[in-house]
Design a protein around this ligand. Sequence first.
Ligand SMILES: NC(=O)c1ccc[n+]([C@@H]2O[C@H](COP(=O)([O-])OP(=O)(O)OC[C@H]3O[C@@H](n4cnc5c(N)ncnc54)[C@H](O)[C@@H]3O)[C@@H](O)[C@H]2O)c1
Length: 327
Amino acid sequence: MKIGFVGTGGIANYHLEHLMEIKEAEIVALCDVVEEKAKEAAKKYGGKFYADHRKMLDKEKLDALYICIPPFAHQDQELLAAEKGIPFFVEKPIGLSLDYAKKVEESIAKNNLVTSVGYQDRYQDIIEKIKNLLAERKTGLFIGYWMGSMPAVSWWRKKEESGGQAVEQTTHIFDLARYLFGEVEKVAAFGRTGLMEDVKDYNVEDASSATLYFKNGVVGTIFSACFLSYVGRCGMDIYSKDLAIEYKERTSIKITETKKSTEINVGNDFGFLEDQVFIEAVKKNDGSKIRSNYADATRTLAVTLAVNESIASGKPVEVNFSCEKNS
Ligand SMILES: NC(=O)c1ccc[n+]([C@@H]2O[C@H](COP(=O)([O-])OP(=O)(O)OC[C@H]3O[C@@H](n4cnc5c(N)ncnc54)[C@H](O)[C@@H]3O)[C@@H](O)[C@H]2O)c1
């Protein structure tokens, strides 16, 4: 399977390492606007290098494409891949524009393409366990959080480039909430600034809280914070009548019932599984095992963009996203 990459930064290398372990996968082309980075990656993983994805897509015959670029850089990469009938994996968030995402979604549906999005948390065995526990009972409410320090990549601190913390980072928790509780009807969010004045070119919120109302009646609040200089807290606490679940991001779950509590550590290499499932899906042209496809991820983007809108306006925002969820 001939695979190309757009973007050869941090997360691209994570996937490239996995693909080295998957025998069907062959890296044939790598592209980065910083050509030196693409060249370096080509030396390590094989294939040709490019500085322009359009040239790469014109010249190479690819069976699959990985798109691993910052949120602001999504312009036409997915659309070109979809129009050429190339199945693709794209890192979260899928971009910053729902209008663009809709066009891509339509092209994917028209070409019946396999797609996958980098919400790897969905592939954890402990998340499957939570899903099964929740299927048997009603959830009352939940608290989610991604509270830590500011990521080092230069684009992260600029809202116009990353979308801010809810869109870029806490998106994992928003996505998990959708995976566990279904679609969000409306959000009401507040943000604060003033703690990061020593950081140059910084214009994202230092912290925010977003309360979500789900179509099935579940309510929950998700906290984001990027100002901590100590080990923070990422995960989710879920409460039902007879059971509480404490999920520690990518680490463990603690299940508390009236008379006992059980702790289970994550037991699978979910990041590797995410890539393995994508390659298998491309091979069989069957996306049924993929846990987050492009259409699904557009809905997580819609929720996090609604959070930004609510922070900006100070008012609750309805999450309206009217596209078929069948691709
Ligand atoms: N799933 C996860 O847990 C996870 C973890 C980290 C990052 N990510 C996501 O992956 C994406 C990339 O993050 P990163 O940490 O790898 O960032 P990075 O800055 O390390 O790498 C991005 C690379 O893309 C290149 N690039 C930018 N615009 C380009 C374009 N138009 N064409 C080709 N290359 C281009 C940059 O030069 C850079 O090398 C982000 O959306 C981020 O949110 C996901």
